[in-house]
Design a protein around this ligand. Structure first.
Ligand SMILES: Cc1cc2nc3c(=O)[nH]c(=O)nc-3n(C[C@H](O)[C@H](O)[C@H](O)COP(=O)(O)OP(=O)(O)OC[C@H]3O[C@@H](n4cnc5c(N)ncnc54)[C@H](O)[C@@H]3O)c2cc1C
Length: 415
């Protein structure tokens, strides 16, 4: 760090969710003096979370890079098949589309990892790599950020660094204080998450049943007879589901999944998550880089949220690390510009695709439904389109994927 830019740290990350922890770990491993402001929750504590995270191959490579995948694999399940079932019962209905990773020459599209295991594992790795954990909450940044960004904390302390990574969730106080504007769309919908057991083997397949109130998605968990559920419904229906006892909920899951997983039992109490699309106008500006849900939030359709966030984290660390290695300003204009340009090409089309799928399901407008059914029919019937969807669903093309998440980079590193 040049003395001109000397702050308390090289990099300060605000927010110790999975995106912030990954960014902090990847900065620290490059020799950057890195701190993370944890916010109210203890990131090392294993707390039950009703979400499992389907992490696709590029994200798995990030975990491999951090030597985290081998231990996490023991609690994860491969995602070998992804199935889309048109369950709208509408005038236009599409055939079932099944995507098989082996058709693309892969062992699996990715792995489904319980968030309650992934989160503390990332925290421990960040600490091992030398990240300083600060149990405090960020209030905001000072408006003048010519040479350094100054962060105000709830304890009254102030910390400065040439660059701040805001990973403090969708209501990011850093982003708000920096007056970085966002575009939001609230859906009249709630996502419910829980785990459940089933008598039939899940065959390493995730099924997204498209229903009139939103997708009902089962995702295979470790052991073959357990899955997680993401059920998107209108708020009124969500309230009714949240009141159900375990037997009643199991019956409903069985009906909605058409018995595909056999007899359903022991669902965990569902947790609810409000549904919103949110995207920042700028992803980096004036020494502030937005990652994870501070930059974008999307409904849980097609397992995109944290996969995009890990690409944010890896790219931020890569650009900062490269500038550091060359003795350049690690929060300079070039980094802000490159980060914003590269992430924009990944985030905007995905956000738009998810919004269109969800809106088409909720819409009663027939032409809209016809287009949705037509798109699924093409995916089901035309192998070349299925292949494009499989590859693009995983990640953008290589040039926009951070180095540590690219397949050939690891092959090179291993050589
Ligand atoms: C039901 C469901 C299923 C999902 N499934 C998938 C999936 O299969 N695949 C996928 O890729 N994604 C999935 N997602 C999305 C994924 O869960 C989120 O993208 C991810 O957890 C967000 O991580 P984050 O680190 O960006 O944000 P968060 O986890 O919200 O972390 C933000 C952190 O900032 C902290 N914080 C807040 N305020 C402050 C402050 N003032 N100072 C310091 N810290 C602060 C918070 O305490 C928190 O720790 C799913 C989401 C849902 C709802």
């Amino acid at each position: 760090m040049s003395s001109e830019h000397a702050g308390d740290f090289d990099v300060i990350v605000s927010g110790a969710g999975p995106a912030g922890l990954a960014a902090a770990a990847l900065c620290a491993e490059q020799g950057l003096k890195t701190a993370i402001i944890t916010g109210p929750a203890d990131p090392f504590e294993k707390r039950h979370d009703a979400r499992t995270i389907a992490l696709m191959r590029p994200s798995i490579r990030l975990l491999e890079h951090l030597e985290l995948f081998a231990p996490l694999k023991k609690v994860s399940n491969p995602l070998v098949k992804l199935r889309l079932v048109d369950d709208t019962g509408g005038l236009f209905s599409a055939p079932t589309a099944t995507f098989d990773a082996r058709d693309a020459g892969w062992e699996a599209f990715g792995w489904n990892i319980p968030l309650e295991d992934l989160h503390p594992a990332l925290a421990k790795k960040a600490r091992e790599l030398g990240v300083e954990f600060i149990r405090d909450s960020a209030l905001g940044v000072a408006p003048e950020r010519k040479r350094l960004a100054r962060l105000r904390l709830a304890s009254g302390k102030e910390l400065a660094a040439p660059v701040i990574i805001a990973a403090d969730g969708r209501r990011s106080p850093i982003r708000e204080s920096a007056r970085m504007i966002t575009f939001k769309h609230d859906y009249d919908q709630v996502a419910l998450g829980c785990f459940f057991n089933h008598s039939a083997h899940h065959d390493d397949m995730s099924t997204e049943y498209h229903k009139p109130q939103g997708p009902f998605t089962t995702v295979p968990m470790h052991g073959g007879h357990r899955s997680s559920l993401v059920w998107m419904v209108r708020p009124e229906k969500a309230r009714a589901i949240l009141k159900m006892d375990a037997d009643e909920l199991a019956r409903h899951i069985q009906i909605e999944s058409h018995g595909d997983l056999g007899a359903i039992s022991n669902p965990t109490p569902p947790q609810s998550f409000p549904m919103q699309t949110m995207v920042a106008h700028d992803f980096a500006k004036d020494r502030i880089i937005l990652v994870g849900e501070a930059a974008h939030a999307v409904p849980p359709i097609g397992a995109q949220g944290l996969n995009m966030s890990l690409r944010d984290a890896a790219l931020a660390a890569e650009l900062i690390g490269d500038a550091f290695a060359f003795g350049e300003d690690i929060g300079g204009e070039k980094i802000m510009h490159d980060y914003d340009r590269i992430r924009r090409r990944d985030i905007f089309p995905r956000k738009m695709a998810i919004h269109l799928v969800n809106s088409a399901l909720l819409s009663n407008f027939l032409p809209y439904q016809a287009v949705r059914a037509g798109a699924i029919t093409l995916a089901a019937k035309v192998p070349v389109i299925r292949d494009i969807i499989m590859r693009q669903g995983l990640a953008p093309s290589n040039e926009h994927v951070p180095r540590i998440m690219r397949e050939e980079e690891q092959a090179d590193a291993a050589a």
